[in-house]
Design a binder for this molecule. Sequence first.
Ligand code: 2AM
Ligand code: CA
Length: 278
Amino acid sequence: MNEQLVSEDTIMQDAIRYVKEAGTLIMNHMRMPLQIQEKKNGSDLVTEVDVQSEQFLRERIALHYPHHWILSEETDGGREDSHQALQQPPAGYGWIIDPIDGTINFIHNIAHFAISVGIVKDGVPICGVVYNPVTDELYSARKQGGAFLNGSPIHVGREQEICQALLATGFQAFDWKPNSVVVEQIGRMTGKVRSVRIMGAASLDLCLVASGRLTGFWHDGLYPWDVAAGLVILQEAGGTITNRAGRPFELCDNTLVSSNLFIHNELLSLLEGELLQA
Ligand code: 2AM
Ligand code: CA
């Protein structure tokens, strides 16, 4: 097949197929003994299942789309420049993969982890697929094509007031410490928003905002593979995603603030005054 002639709809359907197959691979390892390795510390972990899921996805993509580039956590995450890899993204189509987002949840048998596959064209995210193989929930979106959960359209929530907002955030692995900026941020939210959750899988958390279960999600220090798919799904569901300065979110940004749009400015204001720059 001439891949130049393949439609984006076909690419999207293939992404869904590969992600579901990776989900089966992961489920076959659940509740089995795992080989767990520390990457940088005891909160930054990888299992052989992360690696197998990634290899599987990379092989599938390389076989069917040999001219598309791939950026994935376990292959590219060790590079010092990986966070900035997309500041000048390669031309053409690229796949940005997290083979298991929410690895700590996976290790602890908590059903909140996902395979996340985002597709970009000339640096612009155009498709996103996020699949939780335990709940069998598959979120998908194509730019200007709407967002879906298992094929049904989804939309962000209607909460207009910050006091009605259920938010989520999370810790980057190295920021799990007593004086963490996240602890201070959560402190700012107390008494002002309905509550704050720490669910542990950024791609899925973005999809929870997209489907109106959460009102907003913020997180510092994420990588392109945590975000590329959820970004498209959230935007197609009517949500907004910026950095903490309020500018449109870019994949190499170090801060992320997402919401149903109505509460966005108030959320940014609550987060204002932080030490970290966007
Ligand atoms: P992971 O499970 O793939 O590591 C937890 O708040 C969220 O942040 C998860 O999506 C987690 O992804 C991500 N995260 C935390 N530390 C990370 C790191 N060092 N590299 C990549 N993603 C990280
Ligand atoms: Ca991961």
